[in-house]
Structures are given as C-alpha cells and as structure tokens.
Design a protein. Structure first.
Length: 458
C-alpha cells in the first residue's frame, strides 16, 4: 500500500485532473490511498471570502463563492464532456458544500468578526471539493475511486489554523475508515490539510498541510512509500526559478530534506518528514507535469555519501535580533532569562550565535518584535536588523570537508554578512545577508558548489 498526494497545481484544471487519473491507473496494483489539495488558488479565494465577510462586504463574499462554485462545475463538465447522472450527483454535493460556506460567511458578516474555528471551517471546503471531484472523475474512467471524509481520519487537537494530529486516535480512525475500502479494492480519495478535533470541530493543519496529511496517513497505515506529486522534478540543488541550472537530487536523507524544507525549499512542507522518519518510510517527490522524471527519493540513509553539500535554500523575511549586555559576563542563567522572554512571547528562533557579552538570533518577521524589544531592554541593549534572509547550504558532515566553507565564503566576497552558523552536526552552513543581496549570494554560492568541477556531485 502506498500514499499518493497531489498538490493544487496537479489538480488545477480538467487536463491536469485527467493526468492524475492516469497516474492512479498505473499505480492501482500498489493499493494507493490518495490525498489531494484544493484546486490551485481556491484556498486563497476562501481566505479572501472570510476576510470580506469579516469586513461586512457581502457582495464580495457572493462573488467569490460563485467563482469557486463555477470553477469546480466547469472542471467536472470538461472531464465528462456531457451531463450525466454522475455529473448531477457531483453538482448536488458541490451545492451542499457551497451552501455550507455561504451560511458560515453570512454568520461572520452578522457579527463582523471571524474566529479561528470559523476560518478553518471555511478554508477546509477547498480540499473537500477537490477530493470529491477527483473521486467522481476516477469513477468516470472506470477506476474505483471512493471519497473519504478527512475529518473521519485525521483526529487533532483544537489548535485551529495549525492543528496537531493525535496519532493514537488517528491510527485507530484511519484503520477503521481506510482499510475496509482497500480490502474492497477501492481507491480512497481524501482531502489534505483537514482534520477534526475531539469535540467534532473542523480543524486545519496549516498551509501546505496536505503533505503532512499524506505523511500522517502513510505512518499510521505503515505504507511502503509516500509519493508527493508536485510541479517540479523533485528536490533540487536550488529553486529553479532562481537558478535555471539547478539539478534534481536523486537521493537525499531525511535530515537533509527536513533541513531544506525548514529553511525555505518549497517542495515539501517542513512537517512532512517527521511521521515518515519515525517508521523509516521512503518519501518520493515527483512531477505531475513530467512523469518521465525519476524525481527524488528521501530515505534515512540518502545517497550513502559520507559528506558534502546537497542543496542551497533561502529563508526570506527574516529579522536578526542582536542582544548585548555586560550582565552576561560570567553570570550563570543569563541565557535562560533571555530565552524565557522569547518563549513567553511565542517567538521561535532559527539561528543563534554567542560571544562573551552578546547573543544574536534570527526570527521570522513577527508583530510581537516591539514587545520583545521592550521586555529585553531593561537588562540588555537590543538592535533589530530587518529585511534579512538566511542562505542555507545543506549537506552531510560539512565540517569534514574544509573546502566547502572556503568556497562559499570566497563566492560571497563583497556581500555583507550579518551572521553565520555551522553547527557541530555539519548539516547546515547558514549565512544571513540582506534581502537585497540574497539572490546574488545564492547564485554565487550555487556556482561555487554545484556548477564548478569541484562541486559536480548531486
């Protein structure tokens, strides 16, 4: 049994849905469970509808709802090419979901406020519609697709907008709901991104959470493989939109892939790897639009190489916070006191560098920065450097090859550096530069590591 996830661009229109069906037909003997994202752009529409409702703009709400509804109808009609009982059945389900959206948004208009719980209920509709559409379209092509409500499978806490799965309960639910369908030789199709709390409320796993859904399902069903079908050929040495010369990485380890995802690689959601790692399930990244590509296989051991750089990622919209205080000098507990403030404000830190009297950290741009500065100022001097980016060179045991750091720093000659970090794990050489210099830094580092004869291996 395998789990196959299709992203929004893979189900963006009728032609692409037909491509998905062909992929599933080829994989039928492997007993696939299918996870799909909302059609490309639909989640953004639903977020916009929620904002319009909170602002009391009922006209805009109706416009967006109608646009979402018509788009799904058109894709379905293009697939079937004529009206039929199947088509009418799909329309009935579509109308029911659209009316549910409309009722919730009208309630938001009345109170002039949107709660996290109501927002999750609205934005989850996109995945519900796409999963119904794909299952319905499979039936038209003689594939035994059956729609499964994700809320019956993924059980979460009640942290709306960023819910965490309750794995024990999810395992029980997934086996109860999905295994009987597989035993009947059906192909279950469910929306990603969606779950349900113990109290029965719809929750979402955060943007990009469809990858996470696939990994959760693969974990609890102990799948032989998890496939993530997207719009690029796999994980690459850099974002090909920035570096056209970027190359596909055929094999990479879990830790390297997770590090790349965390530091800005868009192919995978940062949380995706965790459930797969626990059981050692391979994750394969493939391109819906280029099915001939072998993609990238992510496993515990990767390509087996002992050391070397694998890729460069960029994390944008970063802020550097420099904290200086003479109270640090030889005083036990100062760092604990300092980072307790970050914890109390819910501000996560990516990189840390320290000296005898200063600490520098990077954080995502956050509206709580003014409060952070205010609370640190009584015992430290604080300087905030915004509009920064982290350029992360990810690989294995980078410390073992002294030439890696030398090549990177030589390539960045003339680029001002705000911070850099290379931990003892040798997994990530991170360099902080101004946003205006980031693209230039990435291009230069990529040439040095992956385009020169010395850095040819991927």
């Amino acid at each position: 049994m395998i789990v196959i996830k299709f992203g929004g661009t893979s189900v963006g229109d009728a032609t692409r849905v037909q491509g998905v069906i062909e992929i599933l037909a080829a994989a039928r003997d492997r007993q696939p469970v299918v996870v799909v994202s909302a059609l490309a752009g639909v989640t953004n529409d639903l977020v916009a509808a929620t904002a319009a409702a909170a602002a009391g703009d009922i006209g805009m709400v109706e416009t967006i709802i109608e646009r979402v509804s018509i788009r799904h109808q058109e894709v379905a009609l293009q697939l079937v090419q004529q009206k039929s009982d199947y088509f009418e059945s799909f329309l009935a389900q579509l109308r029911a979901q659209v009316e549910q959206i409309r009722d919730i948004l009208k309630g938001i208009v009345l109170v002039g406020e949107v709660t996290p719980r109501a927002r999750d209920k609205v934005v989850a509709i996109g995945e519900k519609l796409s999963s119904v559409l794909v299952a319905y379209s499979m039936r038209l092509r003689a594939l035994p697709g059956v729609h499964v409500d994700s809320e019956e499978v993924i059980i979460t806490d009640d942290h709306f907008g960023e819910a965490g799965p309750l794995m024990k309960e999810t395992r029980q639910a997934a086996r109860r709901v999905l295994l009987p369908e597989l035993e009947r030789n059906h192909i279950p199709v469910m929306g990603g991104f969606i779950g349900r709390s113990r109290s029965g409320a719809t929750t979402t796993l955060g943007r990009g959470g469809s990858d996470y859904t696939a990994a959760i399902v693969g974990s609890v069903l102990e799948a032989e493989e998890i496939q993530i079908w997207t719009d690029v050929d796999g994980m690459m040495t850099c974002d090909p939109r920035l570096i056209p010369e970027a190359r596909v990485i055929e094999r990479i380890s879990y830790v390297e892939a997770a590090e790349l995802a965390w530091f800005g690689a868009k192919v995978l959601h940062p949380k995706t790897i965790a459930p797969a790692v626990e059981l050692g399930i391979p994750v394969r990244v493939l391109n819906t639009h280029n099915r001939e590509s072998k993609g990238t296989l992510i496993t515990e051991e990767g390509d087996g190489q002992a050391a070397g750089p694998r890729a460069i990622a960029v994390k944008r919209d970063i802020v550097v916070v420099h904290v200086t205080s003479s109270q640090m000098l030889g005083v036990p507990g100062f760092l604990a006191r300092l980072f307790a403030v970050f914890e109390q404000l819910g501000i996560s830190v990516d990189l840390i560098t320290t000296s005898e009297i200063s600490v520098s950290v990077t954080v995502d741009a956050t509206e709580r920065l003014p409060e952070l500065v205010e609370r640190l100022t009584p015992f430290a001097t604080v300087r905030v450097l915004d509009a920064q980016c982290i350029v992360a060179v990810v690989g294995r045991n980078l410390i073992a090859d002294s030439s890696v750091a030398a090549r990177v720093f030589e390539s960045l000659r003339g680029v001002p550096i705000a911070m850099f970090s290379l931990g003892n794990s040798g997994l990530n050489l991170s360099i902080v530069v101004a946003a205006a210099d980031a693209d230039r830094a990435v291009r230069s580092a990529h040439r040095a590591l992956f385009e020169s004869p010395v850095g040819a291996r991927v």
